[in-house]
Design a protein around this ligand. Structure first.
Ligand SMILES: [Fe+2]
Length: 234
């Protein structure tokens, strides 16, 4: 189990490094994809910009891209200082995550995306930088413009799915109906991926056996996650 701010660093067979950490009181999970040859560092939902920037600098790396699963305050906590520390970083999110009508609500925080995805719910677009290739799936329900991001051995679920459950649908902008549609679609994606890929949740919560793993195998999530096994999904 990762300590707060501890990094797990894995080299995927295709030469891309994947770093995973958990940070903060809500145990937010962050994932980074690193292509050293092309000096590209893509971070999903960085929580603490100083710790991320320092850890990367120790290895001669700088963040180049930030990808946001959604714009809830805890997921974009690192945004402001990250762009101060790394002014050239390119910031991405889904167009619907701009939430102009909800941005003043306490659960959201503004992010000035440089670029946005505009794909319809339950469709995916490919996102590439250097040798990094990710699929970004629009998965609304927990929050408008929520996306999941998968590639290079991981499925970063954001708050769509946790190891054993799913994200809240009682917040401003939430839609239980959209969430279940997104869960149904996610299940199909997960079934198409290798079972031993890691499902990285947006937060680290309890697993079925009372332990609190940082991630679970996709095969185990498909077998035991209660949302993915809801009878209504058929
Ligand atoms: Fe959230």
């Amino acid at each position: 189990m990762l300590a707060d701010g501890e990094f797990d660093k894995a080299l995927v067979g295709d030469g891309i490094e994947v770093w995973v950490t958990q940070m903060g009181a809500y145990m937010n999970m962050n994932t980074a994809f690193i292509d050293r040859e092309n000096e590209i560092v893509v971070i999903v939902d960085p929580f603490d910009s100083v710790r991320w920037t320092d850890a990367l600098a120790q290895e001669g790396l700088n963040p180049t891209h930030l990808l946001y699963t959604h714009t809830h305050r805890d997921h974009v906590a690192g945004y402001s200082s990250m762009i101060e520390l790394n002014p050239d970083v390119e910031v991405w999110g889904h167009e619907d995550a701009r939430v102009p009508d909800l941005i003043n609500h306490v659960v959201f925080e503004n992010v000035d995306f440089d670029r946005t995805w505009k794909n319809a719910p339950n469709t995916s677009v490919e996102w590439e930088a250097g040798s990094i290739s990710l699929m970004v799936t629009h998965s609304p329900g927990h929050a408008p413009g929520h996306v999941t991001i998968h590639g290079h051995g991981v499925y970063h679920a954001g708050d769509l799915l946790f190891t054993n459950g799913m994200g809240r649908v009682d917040l401003p902008g939430s839609s239980p109906r959209d969430q279940w549609s997104s869960i149904r679609h996610a299940k199909n994606i997960l079934k198409s991926l290798p079972e031993d890929w890691r499902l990285i949740p947006g937060h680290r919560y309890d697993w079925i056996d009372g332990t609190t793993p940082d991630w679970v195998r996709i095969g185990d999530a498909l077998s035991y996650n209660y949302a993915l096994n809801d009878p209504s999904l058929g």
